[in-house]
Structure formats: structure tokens, C-alpha cells
Design a protein around this ligand. Structure first.
Ligand SMILES: [Zn+2]
Length: 183
């Protein structure tokens, strides 16, 4: 266990917000995060909780920027923050450190995974697209592909229609290469 007075870095795995929690009451925000948002918040939170159950940290709060779990190192002495999941068979609660339970008692990771996934089906790709950022990125990529396509088409038409000139081009390139001392 860590000294309770020591500062601990606490991170949101979803939006990459990073805070430093010291003994003073207000956490120091190292990286505000918040730009990355998941379209499937329950499944994203479950992925984080599952990693914690497998020993990769403990949940100590909710991210101020995106409401996903905030994770501290497993060795930290920070108070755990329970994380509930609504499922048709009742609420499943992660204790923040290493146990999952419902009204009837402890629940295995596999069983919880099944229940949470059934209650939150994965959205198809097109429903996960967020209009602002994703469409902008797609547009930029398409625009970048345009010039490449034009270049490839130009090369193809050159080789198809200007075939007689290819030999001369090759000779020209060879003489340039020779001049540069490459060949
Ligand atoms: Zn976040």
C-alpha cells in the first residue's frame, strides 16, 4: 500500500483525462481530456472495470469530462468508487477494487460479461460514427486520397497511350541517374 499522503495519478481510459490526486482536496488536472467520446458508454465502462478486475488498477471516481470510470494504480490507497451496471436480471455492482456482485451475491467476470453485453448490444459501425469529428476525419482522408488517385491514373494513361515514349523516358532517366552517379 502506498502512503496516503503521496500524490497519485488518476486516469480516464476513455478520454485520456489525467488528474493528480494529492492530499489537498482539489485534484490537479494534468490533461483535461474529454475530446474522445465513446458511443457505447456502458460497454466502455465495463472494459475498464474488467481490466481492474484483472488487476489493472482500481476505480476511484467518475471522469468529470466524460463520466467514464477514473482509474488509479492498484497499489494506491485511494478510496474505491463502486460502479453499477443495470442489467435486466438486476443491478450488478463492481466494488471498485476486485469484486462483482448482485443482490444474490458474487458474480463471475464471464457471467457479468454475458449479462452486460446482452443488455448493451454492440452498435453497428455506422451508428458509432459521431457526426462532428469522425466525418471531418473521413473527409480529410478522402481529400488526401484524391491527388494519389490522379497520380496513379496519370501513370496508367502514360503507360497506355504514350508507350512509344517510354523507351526515351527510360533513357532520359538513365542518363540523369548516370549523371548523378547512381548507376
Ligand atoms: Zn474521461
Amino acid at each position: 500500500m502506498q502512503n496516503p499522503d503521496e500524490a497519485v495519478d488518476v486516469a480516464c481510459r476513455s478520454c485520456h483525462r489525467l488528474e493528480r490526486w494529492g492530499s489537498s482536496d482539489a485534484p490537479e488536472v494534468l490533461t483535461p481530456g474529454g475530446a474522445r467520446r465513446t458511443a457505447m458508454p456502458v460497454l466502455a465502462a465495463w472494459e475498464t472495470v474488467r481490466a481492474c478486475l484483472e488487476g489493472e488498477g482500481r476505480v476511484v471516481g467518475a471522469c468529470e469530462a466524460c463520466a467514464q470510470p477514473l482509474v488509479a494504480p492498484s497499489s494506491s490507497a485511494l478510496a474505491p468508487h463502486p460502479w453499477p451496471f443495470d442489467t435486466p436480471e438486476g443491478v450488478l455492482t463492481f466494488d471498485g477494487v476486485g469484486a462483482l456482485s448482485d443482490a444474490e451475491g458474487s458474480v463471475s467476470i464471464e457471467r457479468a460479461d454475458e449479462r452486460i453485453r446482452r443488455a448493451n448490444p454492440t452498435l453497428p459501425f455506422w451508428k458509432r460514427v459521431r457526426p462532428g469529428r469522425d466525418l471531418f476525419q473521413a473527409t480529410v482522408l478522402t481529400l488526401m486520397l484524391g491527388p494519389l488517385l490522379v497520380f496513379v491514373l496519370a501513370l496508367m494513361s502514360l503507360s497506355l497511350f504514350v508507350r512509344p515514349a517510354v523507351k526515351e523516358w527510360r533513357e532520359l532517366l538513365q542518363s540523369v541517374a548516370t549523371a548523378l552517379g547512381l548507376m
